[in-house]
Write a protein of this length. Structure first.
Length: 460
C-alpha cells in the first residue's frame, strides 16, 4: 500500500482550545509578544517543541503503574538502566530530570574557563551551559549545513577537516571534548551519518580528545541513516543505534524527545572518574543516583519509550508526516531548510521577510503572525535565540533567521496538518506588510524564553 497510516489508534481525546483573532491579539499583547509566555489554554495547535509533548503508548501507561518509588535501588531503576545499556553499551548510567540537567552537571565537572568545545551544532541549553562554565562553544557543521537549500542527505555532519585544523590552531589541551548533536537541531534538524561519526572519532583519537553525543533524537537519526546512507538499509534501527553509541566516550540525552516521555533524561559514560564526579554533583543537586530527580514511574516510561522509538513502523509514519508538510509548504512557495530533517520543518524567515532586518527579528515576526492567524505556536531559531549579545549596542545577528514548526510525537492527525497549511496561505499573501520587533527586556542567558518584545513602530 502506498498510503502511510498512523500505526496506532486513538484511545483518548483532549479538547483543543479554539479562539478568535481578536482574542489572540489581546493575549499576545499580554504575553509581551513572546510566544513562550502564552498559557497552553490559549494555543490551538502547539508546535513550539517536540520535547516532552508527545503522547504515551498503552505500553508506557501500563509500565507507569509498575513504578517502584523506593528512594534507592528501585526496580524501576534497574529496568531503566538495563534498557539504556542495551542501546548505548555504556558502563555508567545516571538518570536526570531532563537533558539540560545532565548538560549542567557535565559542564561543571568537565569544563574550565578558557576551554573550547567543538561540535556540529550546539543547541540553546548546551551552548548556555558551556558558556556559563566559562568555556566557548564553536560550531563546525559542514558547508552544506550552512546552505539552507543544499540537497545533501547529512547536512548535520561535522566538518572533519575544519575539526583537524581547529585542533591544530588551538592545541588539543584547550579542547576538553567534542560534541555531536543527533540530529543537528541548530541547522535544521539534519542528521549525522555513521561515516561522519566514525571519521570524527578517528580524528580525535590521536589527540586523546573524547567524543560526546547529544543523543536526544538518536532514533530519528538512526532512521535517517537507514533511509539515506549506503549499505544501511538492511539493518534494524537498534543495530544502527548501538553502532552510533559505540564510537562515543559518553552521551547526554533528553528522554523527552526519542525517549517518548514527558520528562527525564540521562548521562552515560565509560570513564570511572567522570562517573564519580558526575554522581557526586548529581546527589547534591538532582537526587540519589538511582532516581536522579525522577519518579520510578518516569523511569519505567522511558525504558519502554526508548525502544518504541526504534520501531520501524513508528519512524516511517513520523517521517512521512514531516515530508507531507514539507511538500505542502513548498507548493505554497515557502522557503524551507531542505531536505526535511527528522522532527520539524524549518522556514527561512530571513528569505520569507527580506524587508525586515535581522535585528528587528523576522523570526519573531513570523512566529507571532502564525499565532495570530491560526492559534498555532511555533518557535524562532534566529537572532533572538542564537545571536551574540556581548554588550549594549554590540549585538550580532545569527547566521540564519529560522522558524521551526516542531511536531510532537503521536499527537496530531492529518486534518491538523492540513489546517497548518491553510493558515500559512494568507500569511504568505500579506507578508510584505509585516513589520519587525524590538527587545524591551531580556535576561542574560537563554533570553528567548522570557524576553519582552514590542512592534518596531511602537515607542516605549
Amino acid at each position: 500500500m502506498r498510503t502511510i497510516i498512523e500505526p496506532f489508534r486513538i484511545k483518548m481525546t483532549e479538547p483543543l482550545p479554539l479562539s478568535s483573532r481578536e482574542q489572540r491579539e489581546e493575549w499576545l499583547r499580554e504575553a509581551h509578544y513572546n510566544i513562550f509566555s502564552l498559557p497552553s489554554s490559549r494555543v490551538t495547535i502547539d508546535l513550539l517543541t517536540d520535547s516532552g509533548t508527545g503522547t504515551m503508548s498503552t505500553q508506557q501507561w501500563a509500565a507507569l503503574m509498575l513504578g517502584d518509588e523506593s528512594y534507592a535501588g528501585s526496580q524501576s531503576w534497574f529496568r531503566f538502566r538495563d534498557t539504556v545499556q542495551r542501546i548505548t553499551g555504556f558502563k555508567h548510567i545516571f538518570p536526570v530530570h531532563q537533558g539540560r540537567a545532565g548538560e549542567r552537571i557535565f559542564s561543571q565537572t568537565r569544563l574550565k574557563p578558557g576551554q573550547v568545545v567543538l561540535g556540529n551544532g550546539h543547541f540553546d541549553t548546551t551552548r548556555a551551559n558551556i558558556e556559563f562554565a566559562g568555556a566557548e562553544a564553536i560550531d563546525l557543521v559542514i558547508p552544506e549545513g550552512r546552505d539552507l537549500a543544499a540537497d545533501h542527505p547529512f547536512k548535520g555532519n561535522l566538518d572533519v577537516e575544519r575539526l583537524r585544523k581547529t585542533i591544530g590552531e588551538l592545541g588539543p589541551e584547550r579542547i576538553p571534548f567534542v560534541i555531536l548533536t543527533l540530529t543537528n537541531n541548530t541547522f535544521g534538524g539534519q542528521p549525522v551519518s555513521l561515516a561522519n561519526i566514525r571519521e570524527t572519532r578517528e580524528a580525535l583519537k590521536p589527540h586523546g580528545i573524547p567524543l560526546i553525543l547529544d543523543a536526544a533524537r538518536y532514533a530519528e537519526n538512526a532512521y535517517l541513516i537507514y533511509q539515506r546512507e549506503a549499505g544501511q538499509a538492511g539493518r534494524s534501527l537498534l543495530d544502527i543505534a548501538q553502532e552510533i553509541f559505540s564510537y562515543a566516550d559518553a552521551a547526554l540525552m533528553s528522554a523527552k524527545k526519542d525517549g517518548l516521555a514527558n520528562i527525564g533524561g540521562f548521562f552515560a559514560c565509560h570513564n570511572d572518574q567522570w562517573a564519580e564526579e558526575f554522581k557526586n554533583l548529581l546527589i547534591l543537586t538532582e537526587g540519589f543516583p538511582t532516581y536522579g530527580g525522577l519518579a520510578g514511574r518516569d523511569l519505567e516510561v522511558i525504558a519502554v519509550g526508548l525502544l518504541e522509538a526504534l520501531e520501524m513502523e513508528y519512524q516511517v509514519y513520523r517521517h512521512a508526516t514531516v515530508e507531507y508538510i514539507e511538500k505542502k509548504f513548498l507548493q505554497l512557495g515557502l522557503p524551507l531548510v531542505q531536505p526535511a530533517g527528522g522532527h520539524a520543518i524549518y522556514l527561512d524567515a530571513g528569505r520569507f521577510l527580506p524587508h525586515i532586518p535581522p535585528l528587528q527579528y523576522p523570526g519573531i515576526t513570523l512566529v507571532n503572525e502564525v499565532y495570530l492567524e491560526g492559534g498555532i505556536r511555533t518557535v524562532e531559531l534566529g537572532s533572538v535565540m542564537f545571536g551574540q549579545n556581548p554588550g549594549a549596542g554590540q549585538e550580532k545577528p545569527a547566521p540564519f533567521e529560522l522558524v521551526r514548526f516542531t511536531f510532537p510525537r503521536r499527537v496530531y492527525t492529518q486534518s491538523h496538518f492540513d489546517y497548518i497549511v491553510e493558515v500559512m496561505k494568507p500569511i504568505r499573501d500579506r507578508r510584505a506588510s509585516m513589520q519587525g520587533y524590538r527587545i524591551v527586556r531580556q535576561p542574560p542567558f537563554l533570553r528567548h524564553f522570557s524576553a519582552h518584545f514590542a512592534p518596531v513602530q511602537n515607542k516605549p
